[in-house]
Ligand binder design. Structure first.
Ligand code: DMJ
Length: 529
């Protein structure tokens, strides 16, 4: 089967901007496209995810697949949250018609001039990231860069805090930062530290150093802050630049992409900034030392949380909480990618890497990544074959009651009243890790697992006349669908599934870094600004 890059076939006049070849996982000769499965994923995107939103809700921020309606964050109109998050998936899948329609909407109707508050982090990863990828993948279509710069300029006031940590919201129309009136200066750690790839790449493209400096300053503040056990609690204070004393430590919500971007910042700028490598390595060691636990039934490894607790003498201590968010599953692929880059003794480790090509910490992280991915797949062993939002792990032998599983859903009363934890909201983290694991090993078990997940999505989340919905209870076959299709289903879940079945020349891991919303950005040498 010849290697095909759909983009250069579809857009020959603006074929992919060349990116330098970098050290990193070598292209494997045996990672070839699986045409049938790849095209089935394209079919899902095309027939069920895109055409109907185009018909009913083009340009709306969010899409509701059951009522077939769009909704916007502002009564003044949408900013194209969904379509911008999805456009690079169209480019990568080679969906010319859909791409042209989307681009035309962005060119003629899209506006950020909305007097409304938008979350700094979500807008950066989904919209700014989407525009930057679209710019690169279009071969430099200036429309996307102009939009990206317009958006970033409207958000820049968020960095004007005493410490430099960003406010959590921006009013894009008024070009003003917005603080939370109930908890002033409270910043979520992942949100503050997941802007750097996007703002730095924008500096590289525009030659304007202001984006770089503001984003990099945030990392300097976080680096200097005292971190309990070498880990990062999920909240910070934008006045002082310190971690909140009562905040939990977790790799799930509000913590996750802090850990993800440590590695990715190092890789994006061609490994020229050792401070990120050091920060990443220290932090991974802290995870191994403090959070890694094993299940009672199957001995699966999981990443627990630490919750602050006041002791009888009034001092604070940390207590393990044996819960793992679905979000944590990004870490499996991230550890494997880190092992073959920061943890490698050679520039291009084999596929799969030989033990002799990895350092001791590289080997340690590779093994944890592989094992954690198996745990994430273990959480997909439910009635629907889909993983819940949150898995609690049995840790007390007296309460342990499920010989087949290491985990359970807390407060689940199915089918009647499932807890929030029981839902599957079309999240991507496990398929993201499967994609990375497959590219780094060539082991078909990862494709098989991804295909199984895709089939479960087809069976339980697909709405027959268009779109995909989140489901309320992963552990019941008569689960109820919710009228919401998260934008990350289009930007991440289907993109990573697609890339799992393409050959490895499509967005190769040694030339691209995916932002946390799966928007690929090309690696580059830091510009002299
Ligand atoms: C996405 O918006 C990003 O992956 C983010 O980092 C975490 N949450 C969702 C997907 O689950």
């Amino acid at each position: 089967m010849p290697k095909t890059n759909l983009l250069s076939v579809l857009f020959p006049e603006t074929s992919l901007v060349e990116v330098d070849d970098e050290p990193g996982p070598a292209e494997a000769v045996d990672i070839v496209v699986d045409v049938e499965k790849r095209d089935a994923i394209v079919g899902a995107f095309k027939r069920y995810s895109w055409l109907l939103p185009e018909k009913y809700a083009m340009g709306s921020d969010e899409y509701h697949p059951i009522t077939k309606k769009g909704s916007n964050f502002s009564t003044l109109g949408g900013i194209g949250y969904t379509v911008i998050d999805a456009i690079d998936t169209m480019q990568i899948m080679g969906l010319e018609k859909e791409y042209k329609t989307a681009r035309n909407w962005i060119a003629t109707k899209q506006s950020f001039d909305r007097d409304n508050n938008y979350n700094t982090f979500e807008t950066t990863i989904r919209v700014l990231g989407g525009l930057l990828s679209a710019y690169h993948l279009s071969g430099g279509d200036s429309l996307f860069l102009k939009k990206a710069q317009d958006l970033a300029d409207r958000m820049m006031p968020v960095f004007e805090t005493p410490s430099g940590l960003p406010y959590s919201m921006a009013n894009l129309g008024l070009r003003k930062a917005v603080d939370d009136p109930h908890v002033p200066y409270l910043v979520s750690t992942a949100e503050a530290t997941t802007l750097q790839l996007e703002f730095k790449y924008l500096s590289k493209l525009t030659g304007n150093k202001k984006y770089w400096e503001k984003a990099d300053k945030v990392m300097d503040v976080v680096r200097k802050a005292e971190r309990p056990k070498g880990l990062a609690p999920i909240h910070m204070d934008a006045r002082t630049g310190t971690f909140s004393p009562n905040a939990e430590i977790r790799l799930g919500s509000r913590g996750d992409s802090f850990y993800e971007y440590l590695l990715k910042q190092y890789l994006l700028t061609k490994r020229t900034e050792p401070k990120f490598r050091e920060f990443y390595e220290e932090t991974m060691t802290a995870i191994h030392e403090n959070l890694v636990q094993r299940g009672l039934s199957k001995n699966h490894v999981y990443i627990a949380e630490l919750h602050p607790e006041r002791k009888a003498d009034g001092t604070m201590d940390w207590k393990l909480n044996h819960k793992q968010d679905h979000l944590v599953c990004f870490l499996a692929g991230s550890l494997m990618l880190g092992a073959t880059t920061t943890g490698a003794t050679v520039n291009r480790p084999s596929i799969p890497p030989k033990a002799s090509e990895l350092t001791a910490t590289g080997l340690r992280d590779w093994q944890l990544g592989e094992e954690l991915l198996q745990t994430c797949l273990h959480t997909y062993e439910t009635a629907t074959g889909l993983s819940p939002e949150i898995a609690h792990f049995f840790h007390d032998k007296k309460k342990w009651r499920h010989p087949k599983r290491d985990w359970y859903v807390s407060g689940n009363d199915f089918p009647g009243n499932p807890s929030y934890d029981a839902r599957y909201i079309l999240r991507p983290e496990t398929v993201e890790s499967l994609f990375i694991a497959y590219r780094l090993t060539g082991d078909n078990k990862y494709r098989d697992a991804g295909w199984k997940i895709f089939q479960s999505i087809e069976e339980y989340c697909k709405i027959e006349d268009g779109g995909y919905a989140s489901i309320l209870n992963t552990d019941h076959v008569r689960t109820i669908k919710m009228d919401k299709m998260e934008t990350f289903f289009l930007s991440e879940t289907l993109k990573y599934l697609y890339l799992l079945f393409t050959d490895s020349s499509v967005i190769p891991l040694n030339k691209y870094v995916f932002n946390t919303e799966a928007h690929p950005l090309p690696v580059f040498t830091p510009p002299k600004l």
